[in-house]
Every structure is written in structure tokens, then in C-alpha cells.
Ligand binder design. Sequence first.
Ligand code: X2X
Length: 333
Amino acid sequence: MDLKKLGAFALTSAIVCTALYGTAAAETLRLSHNTGDATTWHKGAEKFNELLSAETGGDMTVRVFPNATLSGGDQMKQAEMVSRGALDFVITSAINVTPLVPEMAVFSLPYLYANYAQVDATTDGAPGDKMKEIMDSHDIVVLAWGENGFREVTNNIRPIKSPEDMKGLKMRVAGPMYIDVMNALGANPQQMQWTETFTALQQGVVDGQENPIGAVIIPQRVYEVQKYLTAWHYSYDPVFLGISKKRWDSFDDATKEKVQKAASEAMAYQKQITRESTEQGIALLREKGMEVYEPSAEELQAFRDATKPAFDTWAAKVGTDLVTSFQDAVAAA
Ligand code: X2X
């Protein structure tokens, strides 16, 4: 073979190899989440794609689907789809998983946490690992915890300063535990998809809702359709980046390491931007025309007392040992 032919042969081989192995290795995975494309959930998902693509030299990319479109708009169905391998990745919050894994309600028990240090002591400690084990037994591998945040109440009828002010308000809630909490406060709760909530608030189908400020209320412009917000911090809501166990088990160790690294970094970023946005949040909401009320310690205690029946009901569903392990970590923080 002369040099020219050799060169042509080498080039052809390279092209064939790339065609065979290059494209065969490149893989697009699907990630579902159930908020809009301006939220910190979405930014975390995009960051995950960016990091994983870089980590794998473009062999793995992640296509992000917001607004629960892959589960037909049903935010609770995502977890079940991931669990049976119909979805690769999900970013969703604890409350959405409770129909499948009731133990996930532990994070959001009313007034379990008073601050971020207590939150981090559980997600970064043994309680968070225990929850990963429980999720794993439902075929969802939790790669990393992120943050939806402390959920604050908004409405269009009146400022909320005491449990009495909640009486009779028509409240949209995300999941079953919040139904019980709202009932304990004498409100009139209704479970509704997040994607339908903005319109429902706008049209007065419901008077109010509750969501975290930085992750959801600001990016989804809830201030355009709600007048009053009370920063009552009644329930903390983590998000997590999870992968179907089926998909996870199909990866070799080197791939697992890359996916894990990208997930941990992406969710650390997601948590950081959520906290930053929350910190600026109340000032921004006031600028936007909302009337924001920040309850005193005594007023918070009144909300805590009033929601105690829902805490007890859900602590029993979650299991006392698990609740105690969370409370111990909180007390030590
Ligand atoms: O539906 C909600 O309220 C949201 C976006 O916070 C959750 O997914 C729980």
C-alpha cells in the first residue's frame, strides 16, 4: 500500500469507527420536572445536562421537559414512571412522591424545621441517607438533594396573621399531607396540578396557594395574581434529582461516577441559587406590589399548635422511628 492509499484507508477507518462507536455511544436521556422553565428546578436540570455532557465528552446529554409534560401534566405520576423505568431522570419535590412513598412526607411535616442549618443536618446526614435507601427500594435512585424551600402562603382575600385568618379560604395544595394541614387550619383545600394553578388563582377558582418564594413564587410570577403573602415557613420541601434504578443499573462504574458527579454539582448549584433568590425575595415581592407579612415567634407558635393534628397524623404514616431520627438531627444542628 502506498502512502496515499494508506492515508485514505486510515481516514475511512476513522469515519467508520466514529459512525459505529461514536454515534452508538452518544445517548440522550430524558429528565422530567413539574415547574416552568424559569424556575430554579429548571436551571438545576439544565446545569445537570451541561455538566454531564462535559463530563462524558458529549456522549451523554439530558433533554429537559418542564411542566410535567412527559406524565401528561400529572406531577405525582412522574415518580411512578421513574420507578418503572418509563422515565430516566426526574427533579421533583418530596410531596409529589408521597402517594408512592409515604415516608417522603417526613421532610415536610409542619414546623419540623426552623432554619437551613437544620435542613442540611438531615439531608446531608444519616436521615437523608435513610430516605435514599427507602427510595431505592421503590426503584428510584436519589442522586442528590436540592431545594424547593420553605413554603409560604399567599391569597387574595386578607393578610394571614393567625390560624383564624385561614378559616374558609379556598386553598390550592399540591399533595395529600397539605390537605390535612389546611383542614386543621379550617381552610378549604383542594388538590390541583401546579400547571393549572396560575389560571385558577387568576380566575378566582381558588383564593390562595402555598409555595416557596425563591424556587417558584418569583420565577412563576405568582405575585401577578396574588395580593397577600405570609412568610410562615410552615413546611420545608426538598427537591431531588433521581434516576430510574433500571437505567442506573445499566451503567458501568465509570459512567455511574460521572453521572453522580454531575448530579451532585448540579443540585448544589440549584440549592445555592434557590437560597440566593429567596434571600432577595421578600423585598422583590413588595416591589411587585404584594403585601408581605412576617409573623413573630409567638404568631408562628400559634400556627405550629394549630397544625399539630396534621403533624401527628402524618408522623404515624411516616413511622415514628423515622420522624425521631429527623427530629434528633434537627435538635443537634
Ligand atoms: O405543586 C407545587 O406546589 C410545587 C411546584 O411546589 C410542587 O411540585 C410541590
